[in-house]
Design a protein around this ligand. Structure first.
Ligand code: NAD
Length: 307
């Protein structure tokens, strides 16, 4: 099977992800689906005309038949946050969309790997996994992959070190209740606290800046798309080429840390089969408490859908 990706949603995130994939030049075909036909046509035409500068990727206006021979399907369709809205505010609108499209995906291609990006990403991932529990390994949300990148960038700037060498994770909800696992953070193989002395206050400022980036970006330009698109290019690559790279994706917690029936982000190894390993984590009692609190926020929001 060729390296084909279907992206559902031709908005800011979907089209920027397609652009990132074209520039990265490892995907043979990209099909894009959107209910807004005029937007879809325009995005595909613009993307196609970038192809000669990067290499060769076939890009087309797609439909669900394209999922049949796609290894990866990326869901970016639905409502985005507006200024003053939280991700959880989008829940009922976007849950309806995800419930509609998940069966269409797996009826076309039972082995597709599905990456959910639409917010609130954790709850939508959980809904999708509950609809197809046997395909749990194949479904994950981009989760805090983006938030972790934001944290690594900010720490790298502060410590004057390449963010690729900063191994510090944001876990939990992709949203207001997320947390940093400071106890596991390293620079290279050196504990972060040994590498650079950051006060508690400095850590808190950096974390708040990472956590609240979406609000700041949305206030300035309505939506966030470059960094999430970069995250999606990397997640797609890890699946297409079985790279087995660790990312903080959203997935069922599966009883870890006493958390059940909810999806949230923890580090996981991503490869051709989707989520292939969820490594053991040694974290502090306080981090466990914050993680459970984050799970409770998600649980409450998901339950509100049923009311
Ligand atoms: P956007 O409004 O630019 O694009 C959404 C697109 O979805 C629109 O073009 C719309 O026509 C289309 N759409 C709506 N319903 C559809 C359906 N049933 N089938 C096919 N297409 C449909 O929004 P955006 O800025 O691209 O954001 C998309 C989603 O991604 C939002 O929910 C946003 O909150 C989320 N997001 C997530 C992250 C993350 O880290 N998880 C980061 C950024 C944005």
């Amino acid at each position: 099977m060729k390296n084909k990706v279907t992206i559902i949603g031709a908005g800011m995130v979907g089209s920027t992800t397609a652009f990132g994939l074209v520039a990265a030049n490892f995907t043979e075909e990209i099909a894009i689906i959107d209910i807004n036909n005029k937007l879809l046509k325009a995005q595909v035409m613009d993307l196609q005309q970038s192809v000669p500068f990067w290499g060769y990727t076939h890009i087309k206006e797609g439909n669900y038949k394209d999922v049949k021979d796609s290894k990866v399907v990326i869901i970016t369709c639905g409502s985005a946050q507006k200024e003053g809205e939280t991700r959880i505010d989008l829940l009922s609108k976007n849950a309806k969309i995800v419930k509609e499209i998940m069966p269409k995906i797996f009826s076309e291609n039972p082995s597709a790997i599905v990456i959910i990006v639409t917010n609130p990403v954790d709850i939508l991932t959980n809904i999708a996994i509950k609809m197809f529990p046997k395909k749990e390994q194949q479904i994950f949300g981009s989760g805090t992959t983006l938030d972790t990148a934001r944290l690594r960038f900010l720490l790298g700037e502060k410590m004057s070190v390449n963010p690729k060498s900063v191994h510090a994770y944001i876990v939990g909800e992709h949203g207001d209740s997320e947390l940093v696992l400071w106890s596991t953070a390293t620079v290279g193989s050196t504990a972060l606290d040994l590498f650079y002395k950051l006060s508690q206050k400095e850590k808190q400022i950096i974390f708040e800046k990472a956590k609240n980036s979406a609000y700041a970006i949305i206030a300035g330009k309505q939506s966030t798309y470059y960094a999430i698109a970069a995250a999606l290019v990397k997640l797609t690559k890890s699946v297409l080429f079985d790279k087995k790279t660790v990312y903080t994706v959203s997935h069922t917690a599966d009883g870890r840390f006493g958390i059940h029936n909810i999806s949230l982000s923890l580090p996981a190894v991503i490869g051709a089969k989707g989520v292939i390993k969820e490594p053991h984590l040694k974290i502090t009692a306080d981090e466990k408490r914050l993680l459970r609190q984050s799970a409770a926020v998600l649980n409450k929001a998901e339950k509100s859908l049923l009311l």
